[in-house]
Design a binder for this molecule. Structure first.
Ligand code: HPA
Ligand code: ZN
Length: 336
C-alpha cells in the first residue's frame, strides 16, 4: 500500500462543525456552562452509528450546542487545521452553518471572526491556506437564507463563497436561486450539496437553476449517463466523501462506491472528509480507505490530488505551488 496520508491535497468538502471531536465538545460545554444532552465523551461517541443523513444531522446539531463564543470557533478551526495538516492537507475550503448557531443566539459576526482568526493563525503555523464557505440550511425557509446572506454581507470579504447543506430529500436546490444570485453579485463563489441521498435530478437543478461551480457529493450522477457527460465536458468538479457515504449508508460498502466510475467517466472528482469527527477519518484517511477498497494506484491518487487543486478556488500562483508539491510527492513515490 502506498502511503496516501502525506499526499499533498486540498480539502473542499469539510463542515467545521463536523470536526468537533467529543473531547473538545465537552471542554467547550464546561467552559460555557452548557449542558450537553450526553453523559460523557464515551456516551457521545457511542452514538456515532447512523441510519441515514437525518439521523446524523440530529446528533450534529445537538453537539454543536457547545459552541458559543468567538474563541470557541477559533479553537475549533485551529484544532481542525492541525489535524488536517498532519494528513497532507495544504489548502482547505471550510463550510460553516451560521443559521444553526443563530438559533442558539450566537451572532454571525462571532462565528465568522472566530473561524477566520483560527484558520489564519493555524494556517500560518502549519502552512495551510484556506477560506470559508457559508452554507444555507435547505430545510429552513428561503427567507431565513436571504436574511442570513444580508447579515453576512458586511463581512463578505472574509468569505470565499456560499453553499447549501442539511436535509436533502424533499428540499431540492431550485428555490434558493435568488439567494445564490445575490451571493454571486456580491462576488461570492457558489457550491451546493446535491445527489448525496436525492437523485441525479437535484444535481441538474444545482447546475441549471442555482448555477453552482462545484457540486458537493454528487455521487448519484453515476445513475445518469447524460449528466456524467455534462459534468465531464464542463469540468464541473464533485467533492466526494467516501467515509461519509459509507457511514450514512448512501453506499452499501466502499467497494461499491461510485468514485472509480466517476473518474472513468472523466469527471473531476475529489476526495474529502465531510464531517471527520463523526465519520471515522480526516482527508488522508478518506484517500487511504477509498484507494484500498477500490484498488486505486499511485496514478489515480495523484490524479485525485491534482483534481482537488483544479476544483479549488485558489489563485493561480498558489495552485502552481500545490501542483509542484504533488509532483514532488509523486516523483518520490515512483522512485521508491
Ligand atoms: N450533507 C448535508 N448536510 C450536512 C452534511 C452532509 O453530508 N454534513 C453536515 N451538514
Ligand atoms: Zn457535506
Amino acid at each position: 500500500m502506498i502511503e496516501l496520508l502525506q499526499l499533498p491535497k486540498a480539502e473542499l468538502h469539510l463542515h467545521i462543525e463536523g470536526t468537533l471531536e467529543p473531547e473538545l465538545a465537552f471542554e467547550l460545554a464546561d467552559r460555557n456552562r452548557v449542558d450537553l444532552p450526553f453523559a460523557s465523551v464515551d456516551d457521545l461517541r457511542s452514538r456515532y452509528s447512523f441510519e441515514n443523513l437525518q439521523s446524523f444531522l440530529d446528533l450534529y446539531y445537538a453537539t454543536m450546542a457547545a459552541l458559543r463564543t468567538e474563541d470557541d470557533f477559533a479553537d475549533l478551526a485551529r484544532a481542525y487545521v492541525a489535524r488536517a495538516a498532519a494528513q497532507g492537507v495544504r489548502h482547505a475550503e471550510v463550510f460553516f452553518d451560521p443559521q444553526a448557531h443563530a438559533r442558539r443566539g450566537v451572532p454571525i459576526e462571532a462565528v465568522i471572526d472566530g473561524l477566520s482568526a483560527g484558520l489564519a493563525a493555524a494556517g500560518r503555523e502549519h502552512g495551510v491556506t484556506g477560506g470559508l464557505i457559508m452554507c444555507f440550511l435547505r430545510d429552513l425557509p428561503v427567507e431565513d437564507a436571504e436574511a442570513t446572506l444580508t447579515s453576512a454581507l458586511p463581512r463578505a470579504g472574509a468569505l470565499l463563497g456560499v453553499g447549501l447543506d442539511s436535509a436533502e430529500v424533499g428540499n431540492p436546490p431550485g428555490r434558493f436561486a435568488g439567494v445564490f444570485r445575490r451571493a454571486r453579485e456580491a462576488g461570492l463563489r457558489t457550491v451546493a450539496h446535491a445527489g448525496e441521498e436525492a437523485p441525479a435530478a437535484y444535481i441538474w437543478e444545482a447546475l441549471d437553476v442555482l448555477g453552482v461551480e462545484r457540486v458537493d457529493h454528487g455521487i448519484r450522477a453515476v445513475d445518469d449517463p447524460r449528466l456524467l457527460e455534462r459534468l465531464a465536458a464542463d469540468r464541473v468538479p464533485l467533492t466526494v466523501c467516501p467515509l461519509s457515504n459509507l457511514r450514512l449508508r448512501a453506499v452499501g460498502s466502499l467497494a461499491e462506491h461510485p468514485l472509480a466510475r466517476l473518474l472513468e467517466a472523466g469527471v473531476v472528482a475529489t476526495v474529502n472528509s465531510d464531517d471527520p469527527a463523526y465519520f471515522g477519518g480526516y482527508a488522508g484517511d478518506n484517500f487511504a480507505a477509498a484507494a484500498e477498497a477500490l484498488g486505486l494506484g499511485l496514478e489515480t491518487a495523484e490524479l485525485l490530488a491534482r483534481n482537488s487543486v483544479e476544483a479549488s478556488f485558489v489563485p493561480a500562483e498558489r495552485a502552481a505551488e500545490l501542483l509542484a508539491e504533488i509532483d514532488a510527492w509523486a516523483a518520490r513515490h515512483r522512485l521508491s
